[in-house]
Every structure is written in C-alpha cells, then in structure tokens.
Design a protein. Structure first.
Length: 83
C-alpha cells in the first residue's frame, strides 16, 4: 500500500486578514450615482463593475455600488463599455 498523502496546503496556509470595506471605512452611508470620484475606482478599464473580492467592498456597499453604477450609466455619466 502506498503511504497516505498529508494535506500540506491546508497546514501551510495562513489565515487571511480581513480587509475593511473602503466605503464603510470612509464613513459613507449611501453611495450616490452622482459621486463619480467614489464610483470610478470600483470600475475596471473596460468599465465593468469589479467583483467584491477584488474591490474589498462589503455586501451592502457592493449592492449600493452596483445600483449607483447602473444609475450613472443610465444618466450617461459613465459609459456602458469602452473599446
């Protein structure tokens, strides 16, 4: 019988330190669609909304952010996409 393999990945992995939400840490309670300086860092170069794991936003702020981006696109403040 071959020897059993041990799970070295789980043993060597360090626990991740949770990062604070960038919106909550600034004390912002509501993400407004007109505040483009707040919204722009959460969009990638193709004008797509970044994922939560990339932007480090909490679930509440990410939902508000997505709604604000969609509103801003509808009002033609930011583009739907870039080429």
């Amino acid at each position: 019988m071959p020897p059993k393999k041990t799970a070295t990945k789980d043993r060597d992995r360090r626990p991740r330190k949770p990062r604070p939400c960038p919106i909550c840490s600034q004390g912002i309670e509501y993400v407004d669609y007109k505040n483009l300086s707040l919204i722009k860092p959460f969009l990638n170069e193709r004008a797509k909304i970044k994922a939560r794991r990339t932007s480090n936003a909490c679930a509440k702020c990410q939902a508000q952010l997505a709604a604000a981006v969609k509103n801003a696109r509808e009002m033609a403040l930011i583009p739907y996409t870039t080429r």
